[in-house]
Design a protein around this ligand. Structure first.
Ligand SMILES: [Zn+2]
Length: 213
């Protein structure tokens, strides 16, 4: 495959990008100078080196100049002593977490599922970070008195797949709820149907959080 078609093919697999847009991206790169392209490829090559995945919330975070424990990196949110460690919000993707952070309406911890569970899916545990979620919940419910998990907020997108994901997780949580007695809530429907968290403005997110059930 020639480089142009190969790039088109790569862009075609980006989220939300169709074949025509992929072609436009590839041709756009042709109009760029060699220096720009070198800069672009350098950023791609360095992307993974400069970013790590948090072993607690599973989000990607920039390492910067910080020294991270390579075996179990912990992000700035999970290591922040001022966050409420008794509340865990479960979101689909990193971009959803960023939308909630931008709203400044939430001060608890997060867990990023890394996807959603399609309706009628036969292997839901393969579509999300289920194993990691259960391990994190285990950890948060076994902490000493006073820091124990009090609430899990299911903050998946307001569309059929998001709601299906939330009910699938609620099912996973059931045995833990009966043992540990924490609350499971969902965001209030200030968010209109079909809304992805990432596109919600801060005010809407704030009221959805305040009106959680
Ligand atoms: Zn984290």
């Amino acid at each position: 495959m020639d480089p142009l078609s190969k790039l088109e093919e790569i862009f075609r697999h980006f989220p939300g990008i169709g074949p025509r847009q992929a072609k436009r991206f590839a041709y756009f790169l042709l109009t760029k100078s060699d220096a720009d392209l070198a800069e672009f490829s350098k950023s791609i090559l360095e992307l993974k080196k400069s970013v790590s995945m948090c072993s607690l919330c599973q989000r990607f975070f920039p390492i910067g100049n910080k020294v991270v424990n390579v075996a179990a990196p912990i992000c700035s949110i999970c290591s922040d002593p001022n966050r409420d460690t008794d509340t865990l919000m479960i979101v689909g993707r990193d971009i959803d977490l960023q939308a909630v952070e931008r709203s400044r309406a939430y001060n608890g911890l997060y867990f990023v599922l890394g996807g959603s569970v399609p309706i009628f899916d036969e292997a839901p545990d393969q579509k999300i970070r289920q194993k990691e979620l259960m391990a994190r919940l285990e950890q948060m419910t076994s902490q000493e008195e006073g820091h124990r998990l009090k609430e899990v907020i299911l903050a998946t997108s307001v569309n059929p797949e998001g709601e299906h994901t939330a009910s699938y997780i609620a099912g996973l949580l059931k045995p833990l709820v009966s043992t540990h007695g924490f609350r499971v809530s969902t965001l209030g429907r200030g968010l209109s149907t079909g809304t992805e968290l990432e596109y919600s403005d801060s005010e809407t997110l704030k009221s959805a959080l305040q009106n959680r059930r």
